[in-house]
Ligand binder design. Structure first.
Ligand SMILES: *[C@@H]1O[C@H](CO)[C@@H](O)[C@H](O)[C@H]1NC(C)=O
Ligand SMILES: *[C@@H]1O[C@H](CO)[C@@H](O)[C@H](O)[C@H]1NC(C)=O
Ligand SMILES: *[C@@H]1O[C@H](CO)[C@@H](O)[C@H](O)[C@H]1NC(C)=O
Length: 344
């Protein structure tokens, strides 16, 4: 069997409490990433995406891993909301197959952006780990000297990551209509959220840590930082009114908003209270709510007025996940014994 994708499928399935050793036994240290193992097994690539994948299977594998990281982060960021991103994580499923990503909701905009950010992030990092044939560290600033430091070391290759995310994700949007334009815009917002938050990391040299000489390199931010940035953009997302986009004023407004790197949506969200496969809503029955919270996870809001049960439970969840090259994730299981309130 193919070494990579059963593991991705496994990851998509949500692994709790896997023993690291058991996983290691299953994972060859350097998986064979070729078009057959990568492109043929990932569902629903468009023709253009398939071509890219065939030319760059190793980069694509890392892009796909980036999408999974993004789906995990999406679940963290949305944990208190009625739509909590859990439906984007399904066995061997490309999240773009979710009906929600066919729509123009605020949630869809967030999902597009965070996935594009995940790919940018992961490909940039994989380049600098020396894992990919087509890219390495960004050496463009190597040797430049500033007052307090010198550029050196291995800078994360965000230009390459951004460029690949741009090509790979945007290759899905071939409709050329306003829906596609908005998806492209939200993809860009996601990529920029990584680019704009690249940090400088430094190492000191000199007598006993005196830091007389400092070498610095560019590093992508922790993905949580990117998730937080995009979550704020989710709250501030702007509705594009289609009916008016033909008139010049709202066109201009749209252009201005694009410059502002705001997330855009064009459809009012459903309430996500009840199960509805058409929008990939699992409903909120069984969700943990908070009686005293004054935000979206309070029981009244989350349970949509249906009420809640109070139970004593041993709750387990996936925690401390670590993503490994290539293409799997190891999580621990955290268990809590507690009183919980659960939506009816
Ligand atoms: C997200 O929602 C699903 C479906 O309602 C639920 O099974 C899951 O536990 C929720 N995740 C979190 C982190 O609350
Ligand atoms: C809208 O802009 C176009 C040029 O971009 C112009 O030809 C047209 O007259 C404008 N329409 C209105 C109603 O101002
Ligand atoms: C519930 O919400 C309150 C108020 O925001 C917070 O202090 C508390 O930690 C929350 N409880 C849980 C179990 O998350």
């Amino acid at each position: 069997m193919i070494p990579v994708f059963p593991i991705i499928a496994f990851l998509l399935n949500g692994i709790g409490g896997m023993d690291n050793n058991i996983l290691r036994l299953n994972i060859p240290p350097e998986p064979n990433l070729d078009p057959n193992t990568v492109c043929k097994t990932y569902p629903a690539l468009t023709v253009k995406q398939y071509e890219l994948c065939s030319a760059y299977p190793d980069v694509t594998a890392s892009a796909i891993q980036g999408i999974q990281i993004a789906v995990h982060e999406c679940q963290y960021q949305m944990r208190a909301h009625r739509w909590n991103c859990s439906t984007l994580e399904k066995k061997n499923k490309n999240p773009y197959l979710s009906p929600l990503l066919e729509r123009g909701y605020r949630e869809s905009a967030f999902a597009y952006a965070i996935a594009a950010a995940g790919v940018t992030h992961q490909v940039s990092k994989a380049c600098s780990l020396g894992k990919l044939k087509s890219c390495g560290c960004d050496m463009s600033m190597q040797g430049q000297i500033h007052d307090k430091f010198e550029w050196g070391g291995c800078s994360h290759n965000v230009e390459f990551g951004e460029d690949f995310a741009h090509k790979f994700m945007d290759a899905k949007e071939n409709a050329g209509d306003i829906h596609a334009k908005i998806n492209l815009h939200n993809n860009k917002v996601g990529r920029l959220a990584v680019m704009k938050n690249v940090m400088r990391q430094c190492k000191c040299h000199g007598m006993s840590g005196s830091c007389e000489i400092k070498t610095c390199w560019k590093a992508t931010p922790d993905f949580r930082v990117v998730g937080d940035v995009l979550k704020r953009k989710y709250h501030k997302a702007t509705e594009v009114n289609f009916l008016n986009t033909a008139d010049n004023r709202s066109r201009r407004r749209l252009v201005r908003k694009q410059k502002n790197s705001m997330l855009l949506y064009y459809e009012k969200s459903p309430n996500f209270c009840d199960p509805n496969p058409e929008v990939d809503s699992p409903g909120t029955t069984g969700r943990f709510c908070n009686k005293t919270s004054d935000v979206v996870d309070n029981c009244e809001t989350l349970c949509c007025g249906r009420g809640y049960n109070t139970l004593r439970v041993k709750r387990t969840e996936r925690c401390h996940c670590k993503f490994h090259w290539c293409c799997y994730v190891v999580c621990q299981t955290c268990t809590y014994n507690e009183w919980v309130t659960v939506c009816k």
